[in-house]
Design a protein around this ligand. Structure first.
Ligand SMILES: [Zn+2]
Length: 232
């Protein structure tokens, strides 16, 4: 019982800690004006142009840290602060999102795998817990166990495996985008030595949130897999 409670505390606290870390790191470096004086939007445009990518648009999005690259629409969406402000954090994040656009343009393998997993992973996220819950209730009601309840649990676990796989494949995609971002802002002289270190810190903190999310996804998958097996 104690181990169980500890487990739930861990899977809640660990991601929360890294979310907090990314916010504080971001807040710190979003207040540091970049010596280039370029806004996130300008940095994004510059890196796209330097890589001869002409079919990707840079747009202003809504919401705090809502920055992303959408491969289906070929748009780099930057949150308002990153789009408009010339900060070290905006530089780092804009370069990271363009990193995804470069991955897309160059046919980076893991990005393709990730995109093809997306629909099933999405289904997994919305349905797996529901199926597992229904399954658990059904096996609880029927005295002999097994049957439809066990099948529902297994269906949930299989669906969940797609979201776990998606989460795992996201890691190389994210790390690679940051690596590309750092290479670009260094090569194009967008940052000085000090800013390079700070930009790396911002992207490193963001990467840890993905690592934490994946760790939780894998742990949860193992937990439900064991549950399904014990029900057989
Ligand atoms: Zn990313």
């Amino acid at each position: 019982m104690g181990a169980y409670i500890l487990y739930f505390i861990l899977i809640m606290i660990v991601p929360m800690y890294f979310q907090h870390k990314v916010k504080t790191t971001y807040n710190k470096y979003s207040k540091v004006r970049s010596t280039s004086g370029k806004t996130g939007a300008q940095v994004a445009e510059e890196i796209l142009a330097a890589n001869n990518i002409t079919d990707v648009q840079v747009l202003e999005g809504e919401g705090f840290l809502s920055d992303h690259y959408d491969p289906s629409k070929k748009v780099v969406v930057l949150s308002p602060a990153n789009y408009r402000q010339p900060s070290v954090a905006a530089t780092a994040i804009a370069a990271h999102e363009v990193g995804h656009a470069i991955q897309h343009a160059t046919g980076y393998h893991f990005l393709n795998v990730r995109s093809s997993l997306f629909p099933l992973a999405n289904l997994g996220t919305t349905l797996s817990y529901l199926l597992i819950m229904i399954g658990a209730v059904l096996t609880g009601i029927s005295q002999q166990g097994g049957g439809i309840g066990a099948m529902a649990i297994w269906a949930g676990v299989i669906l969940m495996s797609f979201s776990v796989l998606f989460s795992i494949v996201t890691l190389p995609v994210e790390f690679d985008a940051s690596k590309r971002a750092m290479r670009q802002i260094e090569k194009l002289n967008i940052v000085n030595k000090e800013e390079y270190k700070h930009a790396k810190r911002v992207l490193g903190a963001a990467a840890m949130t993905y690592v934490a999310a994946t760790a939780v996804a894998v742990a949860e998958f193992i937990r439900f897999f064991m549950m399904a097996r014990n029900n057989d």
